[in-house]
Design a binder for this molecule. Structure first.
Ligand code: NA7
Length: 532
């Protein structure tokens, strides 16, 4: 495309892990690319979620780009699981190393993207300007629109209100303060042990307890690092063969067919070393309710061993299937409830009735200085439905998805030509290691755009039939697992009024195989240059 001031071949929305690599790939192909980023710096998730204790729960050697051998050899991670701050440094390094910052407009929020059918162009309006492009790629992340809870009186609170998902850059002084935190998902589980160190009192308002496995984090084991680096590409390939795309051994044994004593000693080993891999430690934990219960009850017993007050321990024990809500990985979470200044309030039993100027009321009235919302996200679709994306006949994506999001492969949506989503609904995304899943999608999109150019195709769009059949497959697979019977953000249950549909594709190897088959069949399920 001719490069006039605001015209590009490709506009990429978001300068996080996916937007950065997408711009690298497309620029390497000689295309004109602009990245539009709402924040004042790059990093996406790792820029916004700056709360104390923010850490990746996938090991550092896996949660890193693989597209450049020198990069993966040169970069040294300091810990087994990286802190958010270190990942942000890494992403800045990548942007500098590959000269990516130049093509990013910061503090520019996209408010509308509209497809012009006649000229087959996307018109994108931002908080500052307007642009046109042939392709529009949403690299907006799966967990990027915070869920703001509707709690009576919250706007009248006169102390500081913080949200884990949009944490301020300056250091917060918690010393001697009374702090309340609402929510007990992964973010809260990471931040509670850190915040509890300084506060006068920490009041934890829990609606649903979570299963969490100790990270056993520590400095990077240099022998492990050396070994992985000596065979990095093999290591990455092996990880794609794991159901969740991680390095942890997928247990092939079934709890239902094993001796219970042996199972317990294996679970003990997994508890001490596997982190998230605990869930896949036996092949039937994700699919068999009775086997799942064996693993769940093992974790409940651990909680009861760690937490000294039996009543608090009981409240911290989840009842649903382990893994049904995303499993957490922690550093001293359950231990923190043994501190005298940490108090657990079960808001199922005693709901929060209101927030006052200096108080929060549930079973009693708590005086607080700081209120922290760790209440999660409008997951997987929020970043695509919180603005106006208008496709053919000006159909708005949020209307098209009113009854539940539908996408072909998590990459394309019918009625939205030349629009791609990275790790969109219907792809392994949040049920996989996000880094390699992002790279898989970015490579696919770049290759597809390259193929279109070589084959004189101008416009790509997924068909409704392909999309329907794909989402049916997503749901058929999910129905064979424990995931659909638990309320979670995987199926939209955490957001009031959101359609309930299960969104991630379960199984990285099966997904990869499908993607390869479809691509080899000249992008089966997509149509090119459909007449309007
Ligand atoms: P999560 O895992 O969605 O956790 C949010 C928590 O907030 C969870 O405990 C929710 O309870 C709770 N919540 C949400 N709304 C409310 C209201 N209105 N009142 C009380 N409690 C509420 O988000 P995180 O940020 O912790 O983690 C997200 C992902 O980031 C994580 O899984 C990793 O992938 C990284 P609920 O369970 O809905 O009853």
């Amino acid at each position: 495309m001719k490069n006039s001031l605001n015209k590009y071949d490709v506009l990429i929305i978001g300068a996080g892990v996916s937007g950065l690599f997408m711009s690298y790939r497309l620029k390497s192909m000689g295309l004109s690319v602009l990245v539009l980023e709402k924040a004042d710096q790059l990093g996406g998730t790792w820029n916004w979620n700056r709360y104390p204790g923010a850490r990746c729960d996938i090991p550092s050697l896996e949660y890193s780009y693989q597209f450049d051998e020198d990069l993966q050899q040169d970069w040294n991670w300091s810990e087994k699981y990286s802190a958010g701050t270190e990942i942000l440094e890494y992403l800045k390094h990548v942007a500098d190393r590959f000269d990516l910052k130049e093509g990013i407009n910061f503090e520019e929020e996209v408010v509308q993207a509209k497809y012009d059918e006649e000229n087959t162009l996307w018109s994108v309006k931002t908080s500052k300007s307007e642009y046109e492009s042939k392709f529009c790629i949403f690299a907006t992340g799966c967990l990027s629109v915070p869920n703001k809870p509707n709690i009576k009186g919250i706007e009248s609170f006169e102390g500081e209100v913080l949200q884990t998902a949009s944490w301020p850059r300056e250091k917060i002084d918690f010393s001697g303060k009374n702090v309340a935190i609402i929510g007990t998902g992964s973010s809260s589980i990471q931040t509670i042990p850190e915040i509890a160190k300084d506060v006068k009192n920490l009041y934890v308002f829990q609606r649903t307890p979570n299963y969490s496995i100790p990270s056993n984090n520590g400095p990077m084991d240099t022998e492990v690092e050396k070994n992985v680096k000596s065979r990095y590409s093999e290591f990455r390939k092996e990880n794609y063969l794991n159901g969740f795309g991680i390095a942890s051994d997928s247990g092939e044994a079934f709890i239902s067919e094993s001796d219970l004593e042996e199972v317990n000693s294996q679970l003990e080993e997994n508890w001490n070393s596997s982190g998230l891999g605990f869930f896949g430690g036996y092949a039937d934990i994700p699919v068999d309710v009775s086997s799942n219960e064996v693993a769940a009850s093992f974790v409940r017993n651990k909680i009861k061993e760690v937490v000294k007050d039996p009543e608090t321990a009981e409240k911290l024990c989840p009842e649903y299937h382990i893994g049904g809500k995303r499993l957490c990985v922690d550093t001293g979470y359950f231990e923190t409830f043994n501190k005298d200044n940490v108090h657990l309030i079960d808001i199922n039993q005693d709901p929060i009735s209101q927030v006052g100027a200096e108080t929060i009321e549930a079973n009693e009235t708590y005086q607080i200085d700081i209120l922290i919302l760790a209440t999660g996200f409008d997951a997987m679709t929020g970043a695509l439905t919180s603005l106006d994306i208008l496709g053919r006949n000006e159909i708005n994506l949020k209307d098209q998805w009113k009854e539940g999001a539908k996408s072909y492969l998590g990459l394309g949506v019918t009625n939205f030509p030349n629009l791609f989503t990275i790790t969109g609904p219907g792809s392994p995304s949040v049920l996989s290691n996000m880094m390699p899943s992002i790279e898989q999608h970015v490579n696919w999109i770049a290759d597809c755009i390259g193929w279109m150019s070589e084959n004189n195709k101008s416009v790509i769009e997924s068909t409704e039939t392909a999309e329907d059949e794909w989402m049916q497959l997503v749901n058929e697979i999910a129905d064979t697992t424990i995931f659909t019977s638990t309320k979670s953000w995987y199926n939209g249950s955490n957001i009031e009024g959101k359609a309930k549909s299960f969104l991630p594709f379960i199984g990285v190897p099966a997904y990869t195989e499908k993607l390869e088959e479809i691509t080899a069949a000249d992008y089966q399920g997509f149509v090119f240059d459909k007449s309007n």
